[in-house]
Design a binder for this molecule. Structure first.
Ligand code: COA
Length: 116
């Protein structure tokens, strides 16, 4: 039977407002497509925080399958319906599903990883 693992994370918005203009931070954590998406929005910090939470939730879910991954190896982009999708830039035996939500104060992410 396939193994399933979950991960969740939430982030407070405050610190991400200060990070919008911190190019070194953005490049360390996010891919160029993620930065382009987030900075195109009226409140970029909400999308940056949601993706940060998403990446930590991915890390937690993959840790449950004994896999390790770094921020920059995880890309979270939306499909044409707005549904967020995770692309891993490294070999993995897991298939990932993610859901994001954010308000002006917090962002939260939930991930399911299924070993294929
Ligand atoms: C999906 C929906 C409920 C989100 O509601 P919301 O309360 O405004 O969203 P939240 O602030 O909690 O979360 C925003 C996140 O939801 C996710 N999201 C957006 N649209 C989504 C969708 N259709 N399905 C799943 N997740 C979605 C995104 O990750 C988004 O954050 P991001 O832009 O940073 O990636 C709302 O946009 C909706 O009803 N859209 C209609 C979708 C629909 O019916 N599509 C039909 C074709 S499938």
């Amino acid at each position: 039977m396939a193994s399933i693992s979950v991960g969740v994370d939430c982030e407070e918005m405050g610190r991400f407002k200060k990070k919008i203009k911190d190019g070194a931070f953005l490049k360390r954590i996010y891919t160029s497509k993620e930065i382009k998406y987030c900075l195109s929005k009226p409140n970029p910090e909400q999308h940056l925080a949601a993706r940060f939470a998403g990446k930590e939730a991915v890390m937690k879910a993959l840790n449950g399958l004994e896999e390790k991954v770094f921020f920059h190896e995880i890309e979270i982009l939306n499909d044409r319906n707005g549904v967020p999708r995770v692309l891993l830039k490294k070999k993995s035996k897991a298939e990932l599903k993610i859901s994001l939500s954010h308000t002006s104060k917090i962002a939260i992410a939930f991930v399911i990883a299924e070993e294929m």
